[in-house]
Write a protein that binds this ligand. Structure first.
Ligand SMILES: O=C([O-])[C@@H](O)[C@@H](O)[C@H](O)[C@@H](O)C(=O)[O-]
Ligand SMILES: [Mg+2]
Length: 430
């Protein structure tokens, strides 16, 4: 093939945005009315633009903005080469802490420089693969080895929630503050999107209330796989009790307690399958957790595991050790959903419906937002990610970012606006 500079990066645009978010409750507090995301555009000399989307919090945005100017002249067909460049810009002290262990925002396990770099790499890797796929006229999943399924199943992701943000009109979901409200929300999810699995974000109420909610869901949806995720809110004793009470009700329990010791004890004593996006969130945490059988389902997430190819590596590792793999989600829009769907389509051993927050978002930055039919998103065979940027929407959401002083997700502060005494709960909370 003739040497060509078409694939070389001409310009990178990094755009912070604020998107609306409903009042979803979790262990830390409540989602804010506005939450940050970052959109990356990588334009090649050949005129193709690759897209990426990730966290918008200051820590991520600043790191992405530092790396972006260094990308001019790099080749979008060689995203792996970016790792060295990112090390150069952000430093080599991988173990250096970047934030408190389980921060208010995210609930995604330990934070160090290696993990921040994995996130920075990920957003650019997605944009490079999108641009490269557009050049070649092939979908991103083809660059990952090809799709093994035509549709990716997602699960309904229920949250306890208020009817609306304080002082604002109720949203179209209404309140869910007890088992009946949770069941009503599940019915809306199934009606609107056809989901065939259900996850409830727990850790917001006393364990007995959340156990009752799971029993109510089981009664209302006798055949659906169910999950509960309190983000490590419980002591081992509480985790053991909940696991026993929900045996036969849940397909898995997600992060009942924090840490490998607690998780391995709960599994050993109850045999309840345990999933995690907190105690195994990077490759360095895999050996100990697998050796001690602390997790039976790893929830991958390309945004922090280090991109789409790293997600495939993780899936291969899980396969080797007989551990299941599925997918974690944080608040996100359609560029992220496209990337999640392409990689999920290429993971042979994806054994559970993936998480997605997408139904909670009323806005998007792509021209044709995805639809869920029968709870699934169809895998696109269009070049790249198969989504087009809505430049007007991006400009509007960026203007909102400029006009606001919200720069980070802070569920604790959002709860404090209602309950001035609220502080981030210490684990275990119950
Ligand atoms: O959006 C939330 O409130 C979730 O709690 C999120 O931050 C978690 O990272 C996540 O969804 C989880 O599965 O733990
Ligand atoms: Mg979780």
């Amino acid at each position: 093939m003739a040497y060509t500079t078409d694939r070389f990066v001409r310009e990178v645009r990094v755009t912070p945005i604020l998107i609306t978010d409903p009042p979803l409750l979790n262990l830390s507090g409540v989602h804010q009315p506005l939450t940050p995301r970052t959109v990356v555009e990588v334009e090649t000399e050949g005129g193709h633009v690759g897209l990426g989307e990730t966290y918008g919090d200051t820590e991520y945005l600043t790191a992405i903005q530092r790396v972006a100017p260094r990308l001019a002249g790099t080749d979008v067909s060689r995203p792996t080469a970016l790792r060295a460049l990112i090390d150069d810009v952000l430093g080599h002290d991988d173990a250096a802490a970047t934030a408190a262990d389980v921060p208010a925002s995210g609930l995604r396990g330990k934070r160090d420089l290696a993990k921040l770099k994995a996130s920075v790499f990920s957003v650019f890797e997605v944009a490079y693969l999108d641009a490269w796929g557009r050049h070649l006229g092939v979908p991103v999943h083809a660059l990952l080895g090809g799709r093994v399924r035509d549709r990716v199943d997602y699960s309904a992701y229920l949250f306890y929630k208020w009817a609306g943000h304080p002082g604002a009109e109720p949203d179209s979901w209404g309140a869910a503050l007890d088992p009946q409200g949770v069941v009503e929300q599940a019915r809306l999810f199934v009606e609107r999107y056809g989901f065939g699995s259900i996850k409830l974000k727990g850790g917001a109420f006393e364990p007995d209330q959340e156990i009752a909610a799971m029993h109510a869901l089981r009664a209302a949806f006798p055949d659906m796989p169910l999950r509960l995720d309190p983000n490590g809110a419980w002591s081992v004793e509480t985790g053991l009790r909940v696991a026993r009470e929900l045996t036969g009700v849940l397909e898995y329990l997600e992060d009942p307690s924090a840490g490998v010791d607690a998780m391995s004890r709960i599994h050993a004593e109850t045999h309840m399958p345990l999933a995690t996006n907190m105690c195994v969130t990077g490759f360095d945490e895999v050996p100990d957790a697998f050796a001690r059988n602390a997790v039976q389902v790893v929830l991958s997430d390309h945004h922090y595991w280090g991109g789409l190819r790293a997600t495939l590596d993780l899936a291969a590792l899980c396969r080797t050790y007989g551990v299941s793999v599925s997918m974690h989600s944080n608040t996100h829009l359609g560029i992220s959903l496209a990337a999640m769907t392409h990689v999920a389509a290429a993971v042979p051993n994806l054994e559970h419906a993936c998480d997605t927050h997408r139904p909670w978002q009323d806005e998007d930055v792509i021209t044709r937002p995805h639809t869920f039919t029968g709870g699934a998103v169809e895998v696109s065979d269009a070049p790249g990610l198969g989504v087009e940027l809505d430049t007007d929407a991006l400009a509007d959401l960026h203007r909102r970012w400029k006009d606001s002083d919200v720069r980070d997700r802070d569920d604790v502060a959002a709860m404090r606006a209602v309950n001035p005494d609220w502080t981030a709960p210490r684990l275990p909370r119950w």
